[in-house]
Design a protein around this ligand. Structure first.
Ligand SMILES: Nc1ncnc2c1ncn2[C@@H]1O[C@H](COP(=O)(O)OP(=O)(O)O)[C@@H](O)[C@H]1O
Ligand SMILES: [Mg+2]
Length: 354
């Protein structure tokens, strides 16, 4: 077919979620290879951009040492890779699948904007806001969504007066509390603190990932997620619930613990589910998101709903929550990808032709 679109799948990247991204890319590529001409564009952990041939070769590796990590020691940054630049120039639409910094945070989206390439998912501003838990919570609160009480702590403030920060946590948040980097993901750098003694180590850990942290009141709650799909008229999926065995939904529970369960659909009264779906759409619109967003909520025993966060680039393997929620709604994995590509093209068209 002459009119098959060339879909550039951009994956890997420099964050701790590199491996997850590689798995997502493998799932996407194998699901839609008969629908699109897929051009794989891999980014290594050091930020080197592989050519499509190099990326395809890496994906085909099955040696024991290969732990879903893209490697090519001699490769360099994008501007030093003429073959990769040429491939980028020739794609019709990009699917950025890199999580975290330099992928999910608006920087990659900015590059694609400058290059005039339509791309799946959130634009520059909403990607950047969706990466910053402090900024996203401000916008959610402004849109009338409940967010858990929190304070923002910057590294300079803590260095200047650690006791003042401890006092502020105790007077406005109390224990237990969650300490988390503002820009993070996969629960990396997050600690649940129960006493003043816990605060120092938790803050030091989180400051390894960001200069800005949130300290948040811990809520006792079920964790419920909704997948939102669309541009100006986004739709909510059925809901899913996460059940895990540990203290909270940490890295281990997310990727390693076989006892973690995704319950789809979540077992909830109809009215509660509808309320959360409505909040999901409002949260998506509050940060001006586009394409897709996974909206994560806390649902307390007394039926209060807090929005925890939006993920503008949620895990996207065939067994990840976002695609599974759409499957529950009757939209299969490959159809979902095709729909996201259509939304990307529509948005690009509107932006370039008013
Ligand atoms: N305020 C809170 N109360 C209770 N649990 C929390 C709170 N904040 C975070 N958690 C736990 O930590 C997990 C990760 O936190 P989250 O803010 O979603 O960061 P990430 O972007 O790394 O997923 C949540 O899924 C939840 O299990
Ligand atoms: Mg989360």
């Amino acid at each position: 077919m002459a009119d098959r679109l060339r879909l550039g799948v951009i994956f890997g990247g420099q964050s701790g979620e590199h491996e997850v991204s590689v798995v997502s890319a493998q799932s996407v590529i194998s699901a839609v290879s008969d629908r699109f001409d897929v051009v794989p564009l891999g980014v290594t952990k050091t930020g080197a951009w592989l050519s499509p041939e190099e990326a395809a070769r890496q994906l085909a590796r099955d040696d024991e040492a290969y732990k879903k990590t893209l490697e090519l020691p001699e490769a360099e940054g994008l501007l030093a890779r003429p073959e990769t630049l040429a491939a980028l120039r020739e794609i019709d639409v990009a699917f950025p699948l890199i999580h975290g910094p330099f992928g999910e945070d608006g920087t990659l989206q900015g590059l694609l904007e400058l290059a005039g390439v339509p791309y799946v998912g959130a634009g520059v501003a909403s990607s950047a806001i969706g990466m910053d838990k402090a900024l996203m919570k401000q916008l959610f609160a402004q849109a009338g969504l409940d967010v858990v009480d929190h304070i923002v702590v910057r590294a300079t403030r803590y260095r200047t007066d650690a006791d003042e920060v401890r006092d502020a946590i105790e007077s406005s948040i109390g224990y237990p509390a969650f300490v988390k980097p503002a820009n993070g993901g996969s629960s990396v750098g997050i600690t649940k603190v129960r006493s003043r003694e816990d605060v120092g180590p938790a803050l030091c850990l989180a400051f390894r990932y960001d200069r800005k942290l949130l300290v948040e009141r811990a809520v006792e709650a079920r964790e419920v997620e909704c997948a939102v799909l669309g541009n100006d008229e986004p739709e909510p999926s059925p809901l899913g619930e996460i059940r895990y065995t540990g203290e909270f939904y940490d890295y281990e529970a997310k990727y390693l613990d076989p006892d973690t369960k995704l319950i789809i659909p979540a077992e909830l009264p109809e009215a509660t589910a509808r309320r959360i779906q409505e909040l999901a759409v409002r949260g998506f619109q509050a940060i001006d998101c586009a394409g897709m967003g996974r909206m994560d909520f806390f649902l307390t025993e007394d039926d209060r709903v807090y929005i925890d966060e939006i993920n503008t680039l949620p895990g996207f393997t065939a067994s990840s929550m976002y695609p599974l929620l759409w499957q529950e709604a009757g939209l299969g994995y490959d159809e979902l990808i095709a729909r996201l590509v259509d939304l990307a093209l529509e948005r690009h068209q509107e932006r370039t032709h008013g």
